[in-house]
Design a protein around this ligand. Structure first.
Ligand SMILES: NC(=O)c1ccc[n+]([C@@H]2O[C@H](COP(=O)([O-])OP(=O)(O)OC[C@H]3O[C@@H](n4cnc5c(N)ncnc54)[C@H](OP(=O)(O)O)[C@@H]3O)[C@@H](O)[C@H]2O)c1
Length: 286
């Protein structure tokens, strides 16, 4: 089975690359922005004319939630038009598209976990651009999986885990917000779920919610990072309810994973267990 991964140098792309090593039976092809720029319809079309795939995992995205507020056109170009280009190329070449979306398509007004068919109503530019991308894919493709996920972190790139570990070394005083509840999700777990989807050959296409289990505030997430890395004494950690950001964020964005667990056998891991494991693996690299 030939599988294309776009956005290959991002954190999820790198986690898929690692997970792929356990699957020599799958023929992965990793493409960074230099190989496929999803903003560019011609570049995408030409690449698919010359290469044939069974699955395409589109991890490429404009992911800077703050910057998106002042760079709306760029965010929509990649997250909406880029997703459209990928959808068209996949539909034309009979490739199954696996696309990643976000909990930020919701407004956060609920206080119970969001299901796939709950009303979407993004409250920031990033969420709006990702929702438009979802809509293009649903209109253009028959065979697609969209995985909405939340609060991704990993050993790769700029993410909350790596920022907190760096700040602990620098011994900062930290005020971390309790204003939002969601689920921190280890991108390695999402990578595993995506590969399990491919191996299962499941044909129940559509939108799925996937995250780790449980819920947390950003303060809970930070506290667990410092606890598991045994650095709680290095930081002065405080809660705040007034953390100023450009982008508004949903106050509650926990995802209901029932549809995923009903359709796939891939196990969901508690967010704290997965966080603890990644921190331990970090300290004792294989
Ligand atoms: N991070 C989160 O908390 C989070 C939460 C929910 C959903 N998601 C979704 O999960 C997916 C993976 O996110 P991630 O955390 O792995 O993001 P990431 O680390 O920012 O990786 C995204 C990758 O896409 C590349 N890219 C950007 N524009 C591109 C373009 N026009 N053509 C080709 N590649 C392009 C980036 O390359 P450059 O760096 O060179 O621009 C980067 O390597 C995304 O769809 C994101 O929206 C993320």
């Amino acid at each position: 089975m030939r599988i294309l991964v776009t956005g290959a140098n991002g954190q999820l792309g790198n986690c898929i690359r690692d997970a792929a090593q356990q699957h020599p039976e799958l023929d992965f092809h990793f493409a960074d922005k230099g190989i496929i720029d999803i903003d560019n319809a011609t570049s995408v079309e030409q690449f698919f004319e010359n290469n044939k795939f069974d699955y395409c995992i589109n991890t490429a995205a404009y992911t800077n939630v703050e910057k998106a507020e002042s760079h709306k056109e760029e965010a929509f170009l990649t997250n909406a038009e880029g997703a459209k280009h990928m959808a068209q190329a996949c539909a034309n070449s009979n490739t199954i598209l696996i696309h990643i979306s976000t909990d930020y398509v919701f407004d956060g007004k609920k206080d119970t976990p969001y299901k796939e068919n709950d009303k979407v109503n993004p409250i920031n530019v990033y969420g709006s651009s990702k929702l438009k991308g979802e809509q293009y894919i649903r209109d253009i493709c028959n065979r697609y999986f969209i995985f909405r996920t939340s609060w991704l972190y990993s050993q790769y790139g700029y993410n909350f885990l790596n920022s907190m570990l760096r700040l602990a070394v620098e011994q900062h005083d930290l005020s971390i917000t309790t204003e939002q509840s969601g689920t921190p999700t280890n991108a390695n777990d999402l990578a595993g779920a995506i590969i399990a989807t491919i191996i299962s050959r499941n044909e129940n296409y559509g939108i799925y919610h996937f995250s780790n289990k449980g819920n947390a505030t950003w303060y809970d997430f930070a506290k667990s990072i410092f606890t598991f890395s045994k650095q709680l004494e290095n930081v002065k950690l405080e809660k705040t309810k007034h953390y100023r950001t450009f982008a508004e964020r949903p106050s509650y964005s926990v995802l209901d994973k029932t549809k995923f667990t009903n359709n796939f056998t891939y196990p969901l891991v508690d967010w704290q267990d997965s966080l603890k494991k990644i921190i331990e693996d970090h300290k004792n690299p294989k």
